[in-house]
Write a protein that binds this ligand. Structure first.
Ligand code: GLN
Length: 213
């Protein structure tokens, strides 16, 4: 026989003030290294969810655009009817973290025609390292962020050629080229922090998410 639920049992709602719901962080999962970002969010104890559809985008409080191939990601954003809704949400304040191809998607200008969000005031050059340096790693000091240099993994990476006045530079290569930058809730890195164990840039990004009400 089924037991009746106790009216004042442990699941009773309203017994104590409800904590603010935790933010839900989307990871654009059309192409590229989205699994690694989801794993990093899990490591940080943050709810993450792959985003492929406009309805999924509408539910997230922030979005990560992973590395991959920016031409493919841009084409799929158009095909999946995500480009315009995503741009609208960024203009409404959605925090976005773009790594590598994701940084390219955020750029205002990349010197060639391909679908972009164009929301961050920076000029980005794709595939900025020659064949010899298609992939490399470097230890980069993070400007204004405490701790040791960050191990940065570059894979057919872009560089940030120029930034506007509202953009804060976070990391440079030894030759001075910019490889990480922040503009309000928008964060861009030319390298792949999700391929290391260093969570500082993800944590910096998560700080930009406003508390849910
Ligand atoms: N070369 C790629 C592009 O131009 C980016 C590479 C990456 O995301 N690791 O889109």
């Amino acid at each position: 026989m089924a037991a009746l639920a106790a009216p004042n049992g442990p699941n009773r709602v309203g017994a104590s003030p409800t904590p603010a719901p935790a933010p839900l962080v989307g990871v654009l999962a059309l192409q590229g290294a989205f699994i690694e970002h989801l794993a990093m969010l899990e490591q940080l104890g943050v709810s993450g969810r792959p985003v492929r559809l406009p309805a999924e985008l509408a539910e997230v409080d922030a979005l990560i655009i992973p590395g991959g191939e920016s031409t493919t990601i841009g084409k799929l954003l158009v095909d999946y009817a995500l480009l315009e809704p995503l741009r609208a949400r960024v203009h409404a304040g959605l925090p976005v973290f773009g790594t590598c191809a994701g940084a390219i998607m955020l750029a205002r200008d990349i010197g060639r025609e391909q679908p972009l969000l164009g929301v961050m005031d920076m000029v980005v050059e794709r595939n900025a390292f020659g064949r010899q340096l298609q992939s490399f790693e470097a230890d980069l000091p993070l400007e204004g962020i405490a701790g040791p240099p960050l191990r940065a993994v570059f894979i057919r990476a872009p560089v940030i050629r120029a930034v506007g006045p509202g953009v804060r530079v976070l990391a440079r290569l030894p030759d001075g080229r910019i490889v990480a930058a922040q503009q309000g809730p928008l964060l861009a890195t030319c390298f792949h922090p999700e391929l290391t164990q260093d969570t500082r840039l993800h944590r910096l990004f998560l700080e930009a998410i406003p508390a849910r009400r």
